[in-house]
Ligand binder design. Structure first.
Ligand code: MSP
Length: 662
C-alpha cells in the first residue's frame, strides 16, 4: 500500500454523441470503473474520466435532421450517456464534454504550444474522408468505401493546419523502447512499432469545411480536427493548462478498444511531445465484444443494449459477465445464453446461495449474531488458508488486468465454501454443547469467507457485494475498505447481521432471454420512432432523455412517414423457433426478394395457417437478431387488449405482392 496517497488517473475513451451506448462501449467503461474502485481500495487517490466526443460533421448533420441546434442535440445525448453510466454503477469522477469551455481552452492551449514549438504549419489537403469515423483515409481512392465501417468515403480538399507527425518517428520509437509497458497488451505493441517504423505522414489537424468544432483562435473558419480535439479531453478533465495544480496528469492508464489504439499510442504522445508535456504511462487496448463474429454496430443491426440486461438481471450481473467471460485484451463473443447461464450458476447458485444459506443458519441458530468459533478442525483451517491465499492472488491478477482470472480465483473460494458446508452439514447438528460449538465454528468460517469474498469482488460487483457486507453486519462502507489490510480472522463474533435480502433470484433461461430481448426491442423501436440522426437514435429511450429537452416533435411530417418503406408481402413459410415461445420464423415474398422475418405472433397464430397470407411488411428496417435468428424486416400487426395480442394487418381486396403502402 502506498505510504501517502499516491495518485492514479485513468480514462475511458470519450464516446461519440451520434449514437447511444451498447454493450461494447459499456465494456470499456465497466473495466475502467472496476480498476478505479480497485485502486481506491488499494489506497490510491483515484480520478476516473469518461465523457462525450461532441464535435464533427456527423453531429452537425444529425442535429440538422433532428431539427434542433447542435448544442441542444449534444446536450441531450451527453445526458443520456451519463444517465446510463449512473444506472450501471459507473462512478466516474469527471465527465468531460468536448463542448465544455474548459475543454475548448485546453485544445486551443495545446495547439498554441505545438505551434510555438514549430510543429504546426499550414498546407492543403485533398483526400478521401469518412464522415462517420471523422477521419481521412490514407491511400483511399475516390469512390471507395471506408475500410473500417464500410460506408462511402467523400473527397475533400481543404486548407488545413498540419501537425508534423513525421518528426516524431524516432522519438516515438525511443519512447516505446524506454517504456516497454506503455502499450498493452504486448501483441498490440508490435503492431504499433511496425506501423511507426513504416514512416509517419504529417497529420491534418484543422478543418475549414466543418462548422461544428472548436475554433482555431484568430484563424476562423478553421476548427480543430476531431482527434486533436478529442484526445485533449484527457488533459482538460484534470486541469488543462493548470494540470499541475490538480496533480493528476499524466494519466496512469488510458483504456481504449483496439480500434483506436493508433490514435492513442502514436498521435497522442506525439502531440504531447510537441507541446513538451508529460506523456501518459500506459495505453491498454482491449478486444471487441462480438455478436455473431462481427463487431457490434448499429448499422449492422447487431448491437446488444446494456439497460435491458441490467433491468432483468441487475447491473452487477452484466459487469460480472463482461469481465468473467472474456480474457481482457482479446475479442469475445456475446451471447444471452452464456450470460444467463453464468448468472444462474455463478451468481444465483454461487455467491447468492452461499450468502443466503449462511445468513439463514446464523439467524436460526444464533439469533442473528455472528457466532464465536470454537476449536478449529483441519477442514476449517484448510478453507481459511484457501481464502487467505486467494487475497494475494486476486490482488496480483487485478494488478495485471487479468479480471477473468481474478474472478475465477474468487469463485474458486466460493465453490470451496459451498463444498465445505455440504460436507460439514451444520444444519444436521443438534443442540448439545459440542454440536453448538461445532456449528458456531462452521458458520463463523463461512461468514468470514463471505466477508473476504465481498471485499475482493467489490470492484466488479459493487452493488451486490455491498449488500452481503451489510448482511454480515459490517458498518463501514465497503468502498473504503483497504484491501491491503484484509486478513482472514477479522470478523468479530457477536456482530448482529443486517437485514437479509435476495441477491440474485434464479431465473428461467428462456423466459429471461425473451424478456431482455423484448425490452431491447422496445428501446430500439422507441429510439427509431423519432426522427433520428444518420447513424444514431435521436430520442433515446432513457430516463435521462425523457427528462432532457424533447427532440421529437409531436407530429411528424410526410417526409418522415416516407422514410418507412412498407410493402405487401406474402408469407411463403412459417415455423416455430426452438426455445422462443413467442416467435415465428417466416419467409416472406416482398416482390423483389424473399425475406426472413421473425414475428412475435407464435402464441396466437398456427404457422401452417399463415402460408400464402398477404401481410404488410416494413422492409427498410435495419436487420436484427432475435434469439439468434436474423430478422430482416417487420410484419405489421395491431396490438389488441391489455396483453397486446397481435392481429396481423391484411387487405380486403386482392393486392399485388410488392405494392408499396403509402
Ligand atoms: N470518440 C472516439 C474516441 C475518442 S477518445 C479520445 C470514439 N468513440 S466511440 O463512441 O466510437 O467509442 C469507441 C470505443 O468504444 C472503443 O474504443 C471501445 O473502447 C468501445 N467499443 C465500441 N464498440 C465495441 C465493441 N463491440 N466491443 C468492445 N468495445 C468497443 O472512437
Amino acid at each position: 500500500m502506498p505510504e501517502r496517497k499516491e495518485k492514479f488517473y485513468l480514462t475511458t475513451p470519450i464516446y461519440y454523441t451520434n449514437g447511444l451506448p451498447h454493450v461494447g462501449h459499456t465494456y470499456t467503461t465497466v473495466v475502467c470503473d472496476t480498476v478505479r474502485r480497485y485502486k481506491r481500495m488499494r489506497g490510491y487517490d483515484v480520478v476516473m474520466t469518461t465523457g462525450t466526443d461532441e464535435h464533427g460533421v456527423n453531429v452537425e448533420r444529425a442535429a440538422k435532421k433532428a431539427g434542433i441546434p447542435e448544442s441542444e442535440f449534444v446536450a441531450n445525448m451527453a445526458e443520456a450517456w451519463r444517465a446510463l453510466w449512473d444506472e450501471l454503477g459507473i462512478a466516474a469522477d469527471e465527465f468531460v464534454r468536448t463542448t465544455d469551455i474548459k475543454h475548448v481552452r485546453a485544445v486551443q492551449w495545446l495547439f498554441k504550444l505545438c505551434k510555438e514549438n514549430g510543429y504546426v504549419y499550414k498546407g492543403h489537403y485533398t483526400g478521401q474522408y469518412c464522415i462517420y469515423d471523422n477521419a481521412f483515409v490514407n491511400d483511399a481512392k475516390p469512390g471507395e468505401n471506408c475500410p473500417d465501417c464500410g460506408r462511402p468515403l467523400e473527397t475533400l480538399t481543404e486548407q488545413n493546419y498540419f501537425f508534423k507527425l513525421s518528426a516524431f518517428q524516432k522519438p516515438l520509437l525511443d519512447f516505446y523502447r524506454k517504456n516497454p509497458d506503455f502499450i498493452q497488451p504486448e501483441s498490440r505493441k508490435n503492431e504499433i512499432v511496425t506501423f511507426v517504423e513504416g514512416g509517419l505522414k504529417d497529420l491534418s489537424i484543422t478543418r475549414t469545411t466543418i462548422r461544428w468544432g472548436i475554433p482555431v483562435p484568430g484563424e476562423e473558419p478553421h476548427v480543430f480536427y476531431v482527434w486533436f480535439d478529442a484526445l485533449t479531453a484527457y488533459l482538460s478533465a484534470v486541469g488543462g493548462p493548470d494540470y499541475e495544480k490538480r496533480g493528476m496528469w499524466p494519466a496512469d492508464v488510458h483504456f481504449v478498444g483496439k480500434d483506436i489504439i493508433r490514435f492513442h499510442t502514436v498521435y497522442w504522445p506525439a502531440f504531447l511531445m510537441a507541446a513538451m508535456l508529460p506523456l501518459p504511462k500506459q495505453v491498454w487496448a482491449h478486444g471487441w465484444f462480438l455478436m455473431d463474429a462481427a463487431k457490434m454496430s448499429k448499422s449492422k443491426g447487431n448491437v446488444v443494449l446494456p439497460r435491458p440486461i441490467a433491468n432483468m438481471l441487475g447491473m452487477d450481473a452484466l459487469r460480472y459477465f463482461m469481465l468473467r467471460e472474456v480474457v481482457f485484451g482479446q475479442d469475445g463473443n456475446f451471447s444471452y445464453d452464456s450470460l444467463v447461464t453464468r448468472y444462474n450458476s455463478d451468481l444465483a447458485n454461487g455467491l447468492g446461495n452461499l450468502a443466503s444459506r449462511t445468513a439463514a443458519l446464523i439467524e436460526k441458530n444464533f439469533a442473528g449474531r455472528v457466532p464465536k468459533p470454537a476449536e478449529r478442525q483441519a477442514q476449517d483451517d484448510a478453507l481459511a488458508k484457501e481464502a487467505q491465499s486467494a487475497i494475494g492472488e486476486v490482488l496480483e491478477r487485478f494488478d495485471k488486468m487479468e479480471f477473468a482470472r481474478a474472478l475465477e480465483a474468487i469463485w474458486g473460494v466460493i465453490a470451496a465454501a459451498d463444498k465445505y458446508l455440504t460436507t460439514e452439514q451444520p444444519w444436521a447438528l443438534g443442540t448439545s454443547e459440542a454440536d453448538l460449538e461445532r456449528k458456531a465454528t462452521i458458520l463463523w468460517t463461512s461468514a468470514e469467507l463471505l466477508r473476504i469474498v465481498s471485499a475482493l469482488a467489490h470492484p466488479v460487483l459493487p452493488d451486490s457485494t455491498a449488500k452481503v457486507w451489510t448482511l454480515l453486519g459490517q458498518t463501514t462502507s465497503l468502498d473504503s475498505v483497504e484491501l491491503d489490510g484484509l486478513r482472514w480472522g477479522q470478523l468479530v463474533p457477536g456482530t448482529a447481521l443486517g437485514k437479509s435480502q435476495t441477491l440474485f433470484p434464479r431465473v428461467e433461461k428462456t423466459e429471461a432471454i425473451e424478456r431482455i430481448e423484448s425490452m431491447a426491442n422496445e428501446e430500439l423501436n422507441s429510439a427509431s420512432a423519432a426522427p433520428k440522426p444518420a447513424s444514431a437514435p435521436a430520442a433515446p429511450a432513457t430516463t435521462a432523455a425523457a427528462t432532457a429537452a424533447p427532440v421529437v416533435p409531436e407530429k411528424i411530417g410526410i417526409e418522415d412517414f416516407a422514410k418507412v418503406e412498407m410493402r405487401v408481402g406474402q408469407i411463403k413459410t412459417a415455423e416455430r423457433i426452438v426455445g422462443a415461445d413467442k416467435l415465428l420464423k417466416l419467409t416472406v415474398d416482398i416482390g423483389t426478394e424473399i425475406r426472413q422475418i421473425c414475428a412475435g405472433i407464435a402464441q396466437y397464430y398456427e404457422p401452417e395457417a399463415l402460408i400464402g397470407r398477404k401481410v404488410a411488411v416494413v422492409v427498410n428496417l435495419a436487420p436484427r437478431k432475435l434469439r439468434g435468428v436474423e430478422s430482416n424486416g417487420m410484419v405489421v400487426a395491431a396490438s389488441v387488449g391489455p396483453e397486446g395480442r397481435p392481429v396481423l394487418a391484411g387487405f380486403l381486396e386482392d393486392v399485388e405482392v410488392g405494392a408499396r403502402l403509402k
